[in-house]
Design a protein around this ligand. Structure first.
Ligand code: NAP
Length: 251
Protein backbone atom coordinates (compact mmCIF):
# COMPACT_ATOMS: atom_id res chain seq x y z
CA UNK A 1 0.00 0.00 0.00
CA UNK A 2 1.37 3.48 -0.78
CA UNK A 3 2.07 5.75 2.17
CA UNK A 4 -0.01 8.94 1.73
CA UNK A 5 2.52 10.89 3.79
CA UNK A 6 5.47 9.89 1.60
CA UNK A 7 7.25 12.90 0.07
CA UNK A 8 9.83 10.97 -1.96
CA UNK A 9 10.75 12.87 -5.10
CA UNK A 10 9.11 16.07 -3.92
CA UNK A 11 11.04 19.37 -3.86
CA UNK A 12 10.37 21.58 -0.82
CA UNK A 13 11.41 25.21 -0.36
CA UNK A 14 11.54 26.21 3.31
CA UNK A 15 12.27 29.84 4.19
CA UNK A 16 14.15 30.63 7.40
CA UNK A 17 15.39 27.05 7.54
CA UNK A 18 18.65 27.72 9.41
CA UNK A 19 17.12 27.55 12.90
CA UNK A 20 13.98 27.14 15.00
CA UNK A 21 10.73 26.01 13.44
CA UNK A 22 12.00 26.28 9.86
CA UNK A 23 14.81 23.89 10.68
CA UNK A 24 12.39 21.50 12.42
CA UNK A 25 10.13 21.57 9.36
CA UNK A 26 13.01 21.06 6.90
CA UNK A 27 14.21 18.01 8.83
CA UNK A 28 10.72 16.50 9.03
CA UNK A 29 10.09 17.01 5.31
CA UNK A 30 13.48 15.44 4.52
CA UNK A 31 12.71 12.46 6.78
CA UNK A 32 9.49 12.02 4.78
CA UNK A 33 11.56 11.90 1.58
CA UNK A 34 11.56 15.46 0.20
CA UNK A 35 14.59 17.28 -1.20
CA UNK A 36 15.10 20.54 0.69
CA UNK A 37 15.83 24.02 -0.66
CA UNK A 38 16.74 26.03 2.43
CA UNK A 39 16.25 29.76 1.92
CA UNK A 40 17.48 32.48 4.25
CA UNK A 41 20.04 35.08 5.14
CA UNK A 42 22.20 32.95 7.51
CA UNK A 43 24.41 29.89 7.11
CA UNK A 44 22.41 26.68 6.76
CA UNK A 45 25.21 24.25 7.75
CA UNK A 46 23.36 22.67 10.68
CA UNK A 47 20.21 22.14 8.62
CA UNK A 48 22.23 20.76 5.71
CA UNK A 49 23.88 18.24 8.06
CA UNK A 50 20.50 17.13 9.46
CA UNK A 51 18.87 16.81 6.03
CA UNK A 52 21.79 14.89 4.58
CA UNK A 53 21.91 12.62 7.65
CA UNK A 54 18.26 11.81 6.92
CA UNK A 55 19.30 10.86 3.38
CA UNK A 56 17.81 13.99 1.81
CA UNK A 57 19.13 16.10 -1.04
CA UNK A 58 19.88 19.72 -0.03
CA UNK A 59 20.30 23.03 -1.77
CA UNK A 60 20.86 26.42 -0.10
CA UNK A 61 19.74 29.80 -1.39
CA UNK A 62 20.92 32.93 0.40
CA UNK A 63 18.21 35.59 0.29
CA UNK A 64 17.03 38.50 2.40
CA UNK A 65 13.25 38.20 2.56
CA UNK A 66 12.69 41.71 3.89
CA UNK A 67 12.22 42.75 0.24
CA UNK A 68 10.48 41.18 -2.73
CA UNK A 69 13.60 41.52 -4.87
CA UNK A 70 14.94 37.92 -4.51
CA UNK A 71 11.60 36.09 -4.68
CA UNK A 72 11.34 35.16 -8.36
CA UNK A 73 15.01 34.10 -8.35
CA UNK A 74 14.28 31.68 -5.47
CA UNK A 75 11.71 29.89 -7.61
CA UNK A 76 13.93 29.99 -10.72
CA UNK A 77 16.99 28.70 -8.84
CA UNK A 78 14.95 25.86 -7.26
CA UNK A 79 13.55 24.78 -10.62
CA UNK A 80 16.98 25.05 -12.27
CA UNK A 81 18.58 22.97 -9.51
CA UNK A 82 15.99 20.27 -8.85
CA UNK A 83 13.67 20.53 -11.88
CA UNK A 84 10.51 21.58 -10.01
CA UNK A 85 9.05 23.17 -6.90
CA UNK A 86 6.35 21.04 -5.24
CA UNK A 87 6.13 22.43 -1.71
CA UNK A 88 6.63 25.95 -0.35
CA UNK A 89 6.79 26.60 3.39
CA UNK A 90 6.62 30.33 4.18
CA UNK A 91 8.27 30.20 7.59
CA UNK A 92 10.70 33.15 7.79
CA UNK A 93 9.40 35.80 10.14
CA UNK A 94 10.34 38.47 12.64
CA UNK A 95 8.70 40.07 15.64
CA UNK A 96 9.12 43.55 17.18
CA UNK A 97 7.88 44.29 20.69
CA UNK A 98 6.70 47.68 22.01
CA UNK A 99 3.54 49.17 23.49
CA UNK A 100 1.05 50.16 20.79
CA UNK A 101 1.25 53.82 21.85
CA UNK A 102 5.00 53.87 21.18
CA UNK A 103 5.15 51.55 18.16
CA UNK A 104 7.22 52.97 15.29
CA UNK A 105 6.50 52.98 11.60
CA UNK A 106 9.86 51.28 11.03
CA UNK A 107 8.85 48.34 13.25
CA UNK A 108 5.49 48.18 11.50
CA UNK A 109 7.01 48.08 8.01
CA UNK A 110 9.82 45.64 8.85
CA UNK A 111 7.43 43.01 10.21
CA UNK A 112 4.75 43.42 7.56
CA UNK A 113 7.30 43.35 4.73
CA UNK A 114 8.94 40.10 5.87
CA UNK A 115 6.03 38.19 7.40
CA UNK A 116 3.25 39.18 5.01
CA UNK A 117 4.40 40.91 1.83
CA UNK A 118 7.27 38.53 1.02
CA UNK A 119 5.15 35.50 1.95
CA UNK A 120 2.46 36.63 -0.49
CA UNK A 121 4.78 37.43 -3.39
CA UNK A 122 6.83 34.24 -2.91
CA UNK A 123 3.54 32.31 -2.92
CA UNK A 124 2.59 34.14 -6.10
CA UNK A 125 5.89 33.25 -7.81
CA UNK A 126 5.76 29.62 -6.64
CA UNK A 127 2.03 29.48 -7.31
CA UNK A 128 2.47 30.38 -10.99
CA UNK A 129 4.85 27.42 -11.37
CA UNK A 130 2.54 25.09 -9.43
CA UNK A 131 -0.62 26.15 -11.30
CA UNK A 132 1.11 25.52 -14.60
CA UNK A 133 1.88 21.95 -13.43
CA UNK A 134 -1.56 21.52 -11.83
CA UNK A 135 -0.05 20.52 -8.50
CA UNK A 136 1.58 22.03 -5.42
CA UNK A 137 1.38 22.59 -1.68
CA UNK A 138 1.89 25.88 0.14
CA UNK A 139 2.14 25.92 3.94
CA UNK A 140 2.19 29.29 5.69
CA UNK A 141 3.51 29.54 9.24
CA UNK A 142 0.86 31.60 10.98
CA UNK A 143 0.54 32.04 14.76
CA UNK A 144 -1.85 32.12 17.70
CA UNK A 145 -1.88 35.82 16.78
CA UNK A 146 -3.81 34.79 13.66
CA UNK A 147 -6.67 34.19 16.13
CA UNK A 148 -5.88 36.34 19.16
CA UNK A 149 -4.71 39.89 19.81
CA UNK A 150 -1.63 39.47 21.94
CA UNK A 151 0.08 42.45 23.59
CA UNK A 152 2.95 44.74 22.52
CA UNK A 153 3.26 43.18 19.05
CA UNK A 154 0.85 45.14 16.81
CA UNK A 155 2.62 44.58 13.48
CA UNK A 156 3.18 40.89 14.26
CA UNK A 157 -0.50 40.35 15.05
CA UNK A 158 -1.49 42.23 11.89
CA UNK A 159 0.95 40.19 9.80
CA UNK A 160 -0.15 36.81 11.16
CA UNK A 161 -3.88 37.65 11.00
CA UNK A 162 -3.23 38.81 7.43
CA UNK A 163 -1.40 35.59 6.61
CA UNK A 164 -4.36 33.51 7.81
CA UNK A 165 -6.62 35.59 5.56
CA UNK A 166 -4.29 35.19 2.59
CA UNK A 167 -4.17 31.44 3.20
CA UNK A 168 -7.94 31.33 2.75
CA UNK A 169 -7.95 33.66 -0.25
CA UNK A 170 -5.27 31.67 -2.10
CA UNK A 171 -7.08 28.43 -1.26
CA UNK A 172 -10.28 29.80 -2.75
CA UNK A 173 -8.48 30.80 -5.96
CA UNK A 174 -6.26 27.73 -6.36
CA UNK A 175 -8.04 24.75 -4.73
CA UNK A 176 -9.75 23.85 -8.00
CA UNK A 177 -6.44 23.97 -9.86
CA UNK A 178 -4.49 21.35 -7.89
CA UNK A 179 -2.73 23.66 -5.45
CA UNK A 180 -3.37 23.37 -1.71
CA UNK A 181 -2.77 26.42 0.47
CA UNK A 182 -2.95 25.92 4.24
CA UNK A 183 -1.28 27.20 7.38
CA UNK A 184 0.07 26.04 10.71
CA UNK A 185 -0.41 28.14 13.83
CA UNK A 186 2.36 27.26 16.28
CA UNK A 187 1.75 27.94 19.95
CA UNK A 188 4.63 28.94 22.20
CA UNK A 189 7.87 27.30 21.01
CA UNK A 190 11.42 27.45 22.29
CA UNK A 191 13.12 29.45 19.50
CA UNK A 192 14.82 32.84 19.03
CA UNK A 193 11.38 34.34 18.38
CA UNK A 194 10.31 33.79 22.00
CA UNK A 195 13.63 34.48 23.73
CA UNK A 196 12.43 37.78 25.24
CA UNK A 197 9.30 36.10 26.65
CA UNK A 198 11.25 33.20 28.11
CA UNK A 199 13.70 35.63 29.75
CA UNK A 200 10.82 37.45 31.49
CA UNK A 201 10.03 35.21 34.51
CA UNK A 202 6.51 36.62 34.96
CA UNK A 203 5.42 36.27 31.31
CA UNK A 204 7.19 32.95 30.98
CA UNK A 205 5.44 31.29 33.92
CA UNK A 206 2.05 32.84 33.02
CA UNK A 207 2.35 31.38 29.51
CA UNK A 208 3.42 27.98 30.77
CA UNK A 209 0.56 27.85 33.26
CA UNK A 210 -1.95 28.39 30.42
CA UNK A 211 -0.66 25.63 28.12
CA UNK A 212 -2.76 22.48 28.68
CA UNK A 213 0.14 20.25 27.56
CA UNK A 214 2.18 21.70 30.44
CA UNK A 215 5.26 22.53 28.36
CA UNK A 216 6.53 24.85 25.63
CA UNK A 217 6.80 23.37 22.14
CA UNK A 218 10.12 22.22 20.67
CA UNK A 219 11.01 22.61 16.96
CA UNK A 220 10.65 18.82 16.61
CA UNK A 221 6.93 19.19 17.55
CA UNK A 222 6.03 21.15 14.40
CA UNK A 223 7.21 18.96 11.51
CA UNK A 224 4.41 16.38 11.54
CA UNK A 225 1.75 18.95 10.66
CA UNK A 226 3.95 20.28 7.84
CA UNK A 227 4.50 16.79 6.42
CA UNK A 228 0.74 16.18 6.52
CA UNK A 229 -0.13 19.43 4.75
CA UNK A 230 2.64 18.89 2.17
CA UNK A 231 1.55 15.34 1.38
CA UNK A 232 -1.15 13.57 -0.63
CA UNK A 233 -2.89 12.86 2.69
CA UNK A 234 -3.98 16.53 2.63
CA UNK A 235 -5.12 16.65 -1.01
CA UNK A 236 -8.65 17.68 0.05
CA UNK A 237 -7.52 20.08 2.78
CA UNK A 238 -7.72 23.71 1.66
CA UNK A 239 -7.55 27.06 3.42
CA UNK A 240 -7.29 25.75 6.94
CA UNK A 241 -5.06 26.87 9.82
CA UNK A 242 -3.96 23.95 11.98
CA UNK A 243 -2.98 24.90 15.51
CA UNK A 244 0.01 23.04 16.96
CA UNK A 245 -0.15 24.69 20.33
CA UNK A 246 -0.26 22.16 23.17
CA UNK A 247 -3.97 22.94 23.50
CA UNK A 248 -3.62 26.73 24.01
CA UNK A 249 -6.57 27.68 21.79
CA UNK A 250 -8.77 24.99 23.31
CA UNK A 251 -8.55 26.67 26.66
P1 NAP B 1 13.43 32.26 14.71
O1 NAP B 1 14.33 31.23 15.30
O2 NAP B 1 13.66 33.68 14.99
O3 NAP B 1 13.38 31.99 13.14
C1 NAP B 1 12.98 32.95 12.22
C2 NAP B 1 13.56 32.59 10.88
O4 NAP B 1 13.21 33.59 9.91
C3 NAP B 1 15.09 32.53 10.93
O5 NAP B 1 15.54 31.53 10.08
C4 NAP B 1 15.45 33.91 10.38
O6 NAP B 1 16.75 33.98 9.87
C5 NAP B 1 14.40 34.03 9.30
N1 NAP B 1 14.30 35.40 8.83
C6 NAP B 1 13.90 36.49 9.52
N2 NAP B 1 14.01 37.58 8.76
C7 NAP B 1 14.50 37.19 7.58
C8 NAP B 1 14.86 37.86 6.37
N3 NAP B 1 14.73 39.19 6.23
N4 NAP B 1 15.35 37.15 5.35
C9 NAP B 1 15.51 35.80 5.46
N5 NAP B 1 15.18 35.11 6.56
C10 NAP B 1 14.69 35.79 7.61
O7 NAP B 1 11.96 31.98 15.21
P2 NAP B 1 10.94 30.79 14.91
O8 NAP B 1 10.09 30.70 16.09
O9 NAP B 1 11.61 29.58 14.41
O10 NAP B 1 10.09 31.46 13.75
C11 NAP B 1 9.69 30.79 12.57
C12 NAP B 1 8.29 31.19 12.20
O11 NAP B 1 7.40 30.71 13.19
C13 NAP B 1 8.09 32.71 12.16
O12 NAP B 1 7.25 33.05 11.08
C14 NAP B 1 7.39 32.99 13.48
O13 NAP B 1 6.62 34.15 13.43
C15 NAP B 1 6.55 31.75 13.61
N6 NAP B 1 6.03 31.47 14.95
C16 NAP B 1 6.88 31.18 15.99
C17 NAP B 1 6.33 30.91 17.24
C18 NAP B 1 7.19 30.55 18.42
O14 NAP B 1 6.66 30.38 19.52
N7 NAP B 1 8.48 30.40 18.29
C19 NAP B 1 4.97 30.94 17.43
C20 NAP B 1 4.13 31.25 16.37
C21 NAP B 1 4.68 31.50 15.13
P3 NAP B 1 17.96 34.50 10.83
O15 NAP B 1 18.27 33.38 11.77
O16 NAP B 1 19.04 34.75 9.84
O17 NAP B 1 17.46 35.73 11.51
Amino acid sequence: MTNPFDLSGRIAVVTGANTGLGQGIALALAQAGAAIVAVGRSAMDETRAGVEAAGGRFHEIRADLSTTEPLQAIVDDTVAHFGALDILVNNAGIIRRADAVDFTEADWDAVIDTNLKSAFFLSQAAGRHMLERGRGKIVNIASLLSFQGGIRIPSYTASKSGLAGLTKLLACEWAGRGVNVNAIAPGYFVTNNTQALREDPERSSAILARIPAGRWGEPSDIGGAAVFLASAAADYVHGTVIAVDGGWLAR
